[in-house]
Ligand binder design. Structure first.
Ligand code: PBG
Length: 339
């Protein structure tokens, strides 16, 4: 029996290393810094335009001048990578998404302008048809409502070359068609664009957490006969984990430089599994719905925004993500600075 004067002789007391912030900081295993973050940007035509996105408080669709100003500000805060998404006028959307191949389209002009103003930036472009498709799908939709794989891959390979010529440092196929990484690598190499990297959306799930993003781009599948109302025939089933390994092995073999898991927090196990199987860098996308949940709860006074956002992003890094796409990149960089 122990008396108050005789403390229990525990062999290990993990709390010893939690006693002060100084000690906790010495033994901290994961450190998140702004240079690991990628800020997604939604771009619209025009000048001086800032259109707040309702479901993504704090983020807006912005014209090029405003986007560039924000990128410069981000660079100063240590966030130096940007993922660009064009929000096109519906008059430019067609079933074949041909505006996506126009070398003078909104996205290409934005890539060029950002690289000009911020030469040190890493500009990442999304390779998929959805911003340009009048159907709201990432691929070409057949008359019978099938998303055509190989026909889509041909277009995506051309689109990647157009983005790389505009100055993109990395192209990021987010479409989940089979064989697209190999086709894109081949097309880039044939065009002498051997230095353009491929950041593949390797394990992209058919998730309901993309809602606010589709609102931002007005890119949800349209409600029309013979147009599938979801993306389940190409994006992955949220119930599957082993299948992510198959996708990863294929992407690595086809020449992906970086592999992404998307969404983020609900798929931490997928990040861990890929981390165990590949030496390639891994990216995670903390998607629009994940961002919106924290913002909405914080706006109601139910959650502490800074603490929850930081915890979420740190968890993604702890699971094994080297790079994190997040709409909170600027917020995080500011918190990081005044820590
Ligand atoms: C489209 C694309 C999507 C996102 C990134 N690229 C949406 C989708 O697949 O429908 C989602 C990002 C987010 O929700 O933050 N190719």
């Amino acid at each position: 029996m122990t008396t108050p004067n005789e403390p229990t002789k525990l062999q290990r007391r993990p709390r010893r290393l939690r006693r002060s912030e100084t000690i906790r900081s010495l033994v901290r295993e994961t450190r998140l810094t702004p240079d690991r973050l990628v800020l997604p940007q939604f771009i619209v035509e025009g000048d001086g335009r800032v259109e707040p996105i309702d479901a993504m408080p704090g983020r807006a669709r912005m014209s090029m001048d405003r986007t560039i100003a924000e990128c410069s500000q981000a660079m100063d805060l240590g966030v130096r990578a940007f993922a660009l998404f064009p929000a096109l006028d519906s008059s430019l959307k067609t079933p074949d998404g041909r505006e996506g191949l126009n070398p003078d389209n909104l996205l290409c002009r934005a890539v060029h302008a950002i690289k000009e103003t911020c030469p040190g930036a890493c500009v990442i472009t999304d390779v998929a048809l959805d911003p340009y498709s009048s159907m709201g799908h990432d691929g070409i939709v057949s008359d019978r409502g099938v998303i055509l794989n190989d026909e889509t891959v041909d277009v995506l390979a051309k689109m990647a070359v157009v983005h790389a010529r505009a100055g993109a440092d990395m192209v990021a196929p987010s479409d989940m068609m089979d064989g697209r990484v190999g086709a894109i690598r081949g097309a880039l190499d044939d065009a002498d664009l051997t230095d353009t990297a491929i950041l593949s959306y390797t394990a992209k799930y058919a998730s309901a957490f993309y809602g606010p993003f589709r609102e931002a781009l007005d890119s949800a599948p349209v409600d029309a006969p013979h147009v599938p109302h979801d993306k389940k025939t190409y994006q992955m089933d949220p119930a599957n984990a082993r299948e992510a390994i198959i996708e990863a092995m294929l992407d690595e073999g086809e020449g992906a430089d970086i592999m992404m898991v998307k969404p983020g927090l609900p798929y931490l196990d997928i990040i861990v599994r890929l981390r165990e199987r590949t030496s390639l860098p891994i990216a995670a996308y903390h998607v629009s719905g994940e961002y919106a949940m924290i913002k909405a709860a914080a706006a109601n006074g139910w959650l502490d925004e800074r603490a929850c956002m930081t915890e979420s992003l740190t968890a993604l890094a702890r699971a094994g993500a080297d790079i994190i796409f997040t709409y909170a990149a600027l917020d995080f960089a500011r918190w990081f600075k005044d820590e």
